[in-house]
Design a protein around this ligand. Structure first.
Ligand code: HEM
Length: 163
């Protein structure tokens, strides 16, 4: 794999082999809602890259209004899978909220399940869960959240294809 600087050929670190199917750029559409807000749709692009030989996948996401292309939420972070099937993910959101997620991944089922261990700098959000599943060539995810007023409910679901 090319490291991006055009000079050094790097290999996929063994710790991320089970998630190497994620590497690349994914694009698709999502739907959002929550008991306290109106339903909405959005366009989305996710990029997973493997910076060098480190046991980490860099993650970045951007979303936009389908009607106008106007930017919506964006976030980025790092996915840190361990060989024992556990994973830790850190994410910084454009709203200022930060997450430390812990969970598991199944390389055979191509499923990643995350539950927030820490949600920081958030006025309302208490807990966030994220589940990513690859079925055939379609990457889908569901994000649920709990707020100070509402128990855990779905906020987002999306379906993306690799570019
Ligand atoms: C884990 C990621 C996210 C978290 C924790 C989050 C959190 C929230 C919260 C706390 C609210 C307010 C709910 C209320 O007032 O009761 C909200 C509303 C909303 N979110 Fe998210 N959000 C996330 C991702 C996204 C994404 C990816 C989009 C769009 C692509 C999005 C679009 C919206 C919209 C349109 C609203 C309603 C309007 C508004 O209050 O701004 N959110 N979100």
């Amino acid at each position: 794999m090319d490291s991006g600087d055009g000079k050094t050929a790097v290999t996929v670190h063994p710790a991320i082999e089970g998630l190497s199917y994620l590497l690349g750029t994914w694009k698709g559409v999502g739907e959002g809602g929550f008991p306290t807000i109106s339903a909405f749709t959005y366009g989305e692009q996710l990029t997973f890259t493997h910076p060098g030989n480190k046991p980490v996948i860099a993650y970045s996401q951007k979303t936009w209004k389908i009607s106008s292309g106007e930017p919506m939420h964006s976030e980025s972070g790092f996915w840190r899978p361990k060989p024992d099937g556990t994973i830790e993910v850190v994410i910084a959101q454009s709203t200022g909220l930060v997450e430390v997620q812990k969970g598991t991944y199944d390389a055979e089922k191509k499923e990643v399940k995350l539950v927030s261990e820490l949600v920081g700098n958030a006025s309302k959000v208490k807990e966030i869960t994220r589940v990513f599943t690859l079925i055939d060539d379609e990457l889908s995810y569901v994000v649920e959240m709990a707020t100070n007023l509402t128990s855990r409910q779905p906020h987002l679901k999306a379906s993306l294809k690799k570019l």
